[in-house]
Design a protein around this ligand. Structure first.
Ligand code: PAF
Length: 285
């Protein structure tokens, strides 16, 4: 049975009760518009826990005024059915007012990891993410929390947050789920027109090109970045970044790296897509 709760206090109580009954809680934080990528997080949570709590909350704090908060897809009924079908025990779907009541004035901020990549183009984004996720971690209590590695930087930042603040949370980064042609699943893919959907493959083509060169022995970060970038630039309207960086610090990689993160953010019309691969670690996308 899936219980849906709206109030933070009810969510906290349900998680406490689950632990009192000797369950291990698995947390799947989402902004709804659930797709196979989210469902894979639920499956992954089952490997770490036996009481699964999903949260559905489009967090206004992590959207800049010119971003897509208003048009972000909201598909609550089908999200809850999807959770029910997959045996999620608890869904927490708060209203913004109960997460951020009047007089709310606290912000949780992680340092250096939030500065490059997404941080350069979405300056307030990660403070919004870390603030809401800190609240979710505090409400849930000890648990294993699942995050998709499509948002690679977010996963790294949230791991840091839990470590730095001694939160009793095991932060788990889960593999990217892709369409058969390679496009990474994203709630924002539904914004793409048919022709944009075709052109969106430019990102995965770029990542594959870098992957193939890596397999053939290329280790120059600049070369790998430019191989990926050519494909992206030829299909996308605007490219925020194509980066080749150290997967742990997100800064310039050493010469001859043994692992290298290729991360991309680019726009097709009004839709912004991100994707990545860790060379030396992930399978070819
Ligand atoms: O990745 C997301 O969907 C969101 O950033 C998260 C982690 C649920 C916080 O709002």
């Amino acid at each position: 049975m899936t219980t849906v709760v709206r109030e933070p206090a009810d969510f906290r109580q349900a998680c406490d009760d689950a632990r009192t009954s000797s369950h291990r809680v698995g947390l799947v934080p989402t902004m709804g518009a659930l797709h196979r990528g989210h469902f894979s997080l639920i499956d992954e949570a089952r490997k770490h826990a036996d009481f699964i709590a999903a949260t559905i909350f489009v967090n206004p704090l992590q959207f800049a005024p010119d971003e897509d908060l208003d048009r972000y897809p909201r598909t609550f009924e089908s999200d809850v059915s999807g959770c029910r079908e997959r045996g999620v025990d608890l869904v927490f779907a708060p209203e913004p007012e109960s997460m951020y009541p009047a007089q709310f004035q606290t912000q949780v901020s992680v340092g250096e990891l939030t500065k490059p990549l997404e941080g350069e183009f979405r300056p307030a984004h990660f403070d919004g993410v870390t603030t809401v996720v800190a609240k979710l971690f505090n409400l849930t209590g000890p648990c294993a929390a699942m995050f998709g590695r499509k948002d690679y930087q977010q996963w790294k930042i949230l791991s840091r947050l839990a470590l730095d603040l001694d939160m009793p949370i095991e932060v788990v980064g889960c593999p990217i789920v892709r369409e058969p042609d390679g496009l990474a699943l994203s709630s924002r893919n539904r914004y793409l027109s048919a022709s944009e959907r075709e052109r969106a493959l430019g990102i995965v083509s770029g990542l594959r090109r870098a992957c193939d060169a890596w397999t053939e022995g290329e280790r120059s970060s600049d070369m790998l970045r430019s191989l990926a970038g050519e494909q992206v630039r030829s299909e996308f309207d605007r490219v925020d970044y194509v980066a080749a960086v150290d997967p742990d610090t997100l800064l310039t990689a050493v010469a001859q790296p043994t692992r290298l993160l290729i991360a991309v953010a680019a726009h097709l019309g009004t839709t912004r897509l991100i994707d990545n691969v860790v060379l030396g670690e992930d399978p070819r996308p």
